[in-house]
Design a protein around this ligand. Structure first.
Ligand SMILES: [Zn+2]
Length: 193
């Protein structure tokens, strides 16, 4: 399952990549170009633009229009809709910048490629296999972890709600099925007697 985001969903796209999901960077912000890219790549379009969403659907391009507001809620809504998980951070994180695969590298490999201060104060480094972007567990790491935690909570809440609704529907189904059965017995008994 591969995605493409419009400009309003760009931030959500970065978070989906950090959670290990495949979100191609948009080649252009232009609607026609986005639809073309989605079609060529077989990508699912994530958009907040109702008109663009409808155009995509009419053109036979899979598209999703999140309704929730706020990053964690929005990302969780997308994950829940497509049955995806939020478990692959940080083991399978993709480059938030360009969607390339990240690989952990030896410290010496990044020497001279990042600010000296960051090099000296950190031990673990990852390099993006596509754009060469370099990442380390810097000051932002804690915030990233906290946001991932929020996304996981929101996802669990959505899944819990869906499960509760299903249970309720199943219970109602059993009750109505039970009613039909007992209702059906009476006329049968009446016919016999
Ligand atoms: Zn990259």
């Amino acid at each position: 399952m591969r995605f493409l985001t419009d400009v309003m969903m760009k931030k959500a796209g970065r978070w989906l990549r950090m959670l290990g999901h495949d979100v191609e960077p948009a080649e252009s912000e232009d609607d026609d170009a986005l639809l073309g890219q989605a079609r060529r790549g077989g990508l699912i379009l994530l958009t907040k633009d109702v008109e663009l969403h409808e155009r995509a659907q009419k053109a036979g391009i899979q598209s999703f229009l999140p309704t929730k507001k706020g990053n964690a809620k929005e990302v969780a809504e997308i994950l829940a809709h497509f049955g995806l998980n939020a478990d692959n951070f940080p083991s399978r994180t993709r480059c938030p910048e360009c969607n390339g695969p990240l690989k952990e590298v030896e410290k010496k490999e990044v020497e001279g490629r990042i600010p000296q201060k960051s090099f000296e104060s950190h031990e673990r480094f990852w390099v993006c296999g596509k754009g060469g972007h370099i990442f380390w567990e810097g000051a932002h790491w804690k915030n990233i972890g906290e946001e991932v935690g929020k996304i996981r909570e929101e996802l669990a809440a959505i899944r819990g709600k869906i499960a509760a609704e299903k249970n309720l529907a199943a219970t109602r189904g059993e009750l109505s099925a039970g009613n039909e059965m007992s209702a059906g017995k009476e006329p049968a008994a009446g016919t016999e007697g």
